[in-house]
Ligand binder design. Sequence first.
Ligand code: ATP
Length: 601
Amino acid sequence: MSRSNLVELAKRRGYFFQSAGAYGGVSGFYTYGPQGATLKDNVEDAWRERFGVQEGHREIDAPTVMPEAVFEASGHLDTFDDMLVACPECGASHRADHLIEDNTDIEEAESFAPEEIADLVAEHDIQCPNCGTELAGEPVEEFNLMFETNIGPGDASTGYLRPETAQGIFVEFPQLAEYARNQLPFGITQIGKAYRNEISPRNSLVRTREFTQAELEHFVDPNEDEPLIERVADVELTLYPAEKQAESEETEYVTRTVREAVDEGLVHEWVAYYLGVGKQWYESIGVDMDRFRFRQHLSGELAHYAADCWDAEGEIDGDWYELAGFAYRSDYDLSKHDEYSDDDFTVFKQYDESKVVERATVDPDMSYLGPEFGGGAADVAAELELLAERDRAAFEDEAVTVSVDGEEHEIPTEKTGFAVEEVKETGEQIMPHVIEPSIGVDRAVYTVLVHAYSEDEVEGEQRTRLALDPGVAPTFVGVFPLMDKDGMGELARELTDELRAEGLAATYDDSGNIGRRYRRQDEVGTPFCVTVDYDSLEDSEGQRASERPSGDEPRGYTVTLRERDSTEQVRVPVDDLPDLLADLREGETTFSELDAPAAEQ
Ligand code: ATP
């Protein structure tokens, strides 16, 4: 398959196309057409079902614009950069690490420093892909990917379009923990737009500047909570561990079930659990499992706070693309917001049984500290309190030393009121850890389309087919009259309405010969077509179907039902059709289980 064929089909058949074409288009922005928007909705619904409903996690919907303080805390303001090199001749901007990956055997060049990338650009004589000018010696700079905006008139308050949906969940944690009655574990999902001012958007939906993410933040107690591995224990994972990536020239995978991957210590148990869930979901929406793998982050790629991270990757034309990240992020995100904001990002964890613990306290003699330290007495008292919590041994000598604003002060221990008391504790404040499956919806949709695309021949005629899974196909059934005459058109239109009323996405088509209409639906990816033909005109008792009395009476006539992938057809009673199609959509029956096929018309 050539990528341009798919992109051309996507535009012609209403899947997706570059936005604002009337004004020359803007790189990195796409509009989903009528088919594409429905396909994307169906993919999102399947994600909500698998990651939300089936896991018992709840969804929120936070704003896409957030204040600067959020991104100061999250680190995006400082570090959410890509490496930029600009062509001195034509001015085109390029992602420097991608130039290295495209022109050398180096993979994951993102983990190199800008100076190293600049050296590699020179060493490999890398040229501007746009005009061929040598880029050696050009500066490689860090470019922050966030879109900045002003909140309110003027520029008093800086905001940013969120570069990921996750921060909307982390920032609201104190409130969300209350809804969860402060009970760990709990999971919050969010699906929505994210924005990144990508240096060089490419490969249509793969790298855009506005895209949809589907993220889950699963908050757990690291000391107690464990995943219910048995729910996905037997799911087989194609794993590409870091050591295999470093070790050999050949790509070598390790195939393990989720249970085996955990038992062998290959994957962190929480991450493994969600790799199992993720694989099930990608398979359910029609990603080809022979072109799908989980790749572990190399140590240079792994964020310092992450215990383990694996990307789901899909293969397109021989290249592998990141579709999602599955990371164990420890307490990094919550502790950052805890530190930067005024709120508390911990939860109170009640012990099963209360414990008696020793606590060191001070009760400084202010009649001594006051005259001794004047206005600084309160600060000295506060430092004494901190010291008692941190280092009891410091109070064993005659005098205690504390430091206030860099100046050391000595206080006789007897004036500190130091004591150790026994107190009963019923629980403690803990900072939850988080597991984050972060899925790109557009890359999922694109991979589904690429993996579904094929060209074959049917009865000597070339056809293009999108073998979309019936569960996500935007149009589920095409309904045609053989010809729009002798009442066949009316019956087919009536049937279309009826199927729509049953919640099936049906389309009516009577233009062109029947073969062309099938080809059209094959190209759109419609799994089934129904044709009302001359045999349909009479019911089983020989009565003309179009003249039968209206109402709930059975109609008794038959239609042909054709399957897209095999092009086979069966005759089925029209009265059974809605239930039959619903079963096919839900996967409760398969086409080959229906009656013996009739020949293609
Ligand atoms: P990449 O390395 O490809 O830029 P990333 O590692 O920065 O991706 P994450 O921050 O982990 O991506 O985002 C999670 C998911 O969001 C990605 O796996 C991908 O599916 C999606 N995503 C990220 N950036 C884009 C983009 N520019 N266009 C479309 N989808 C994207």
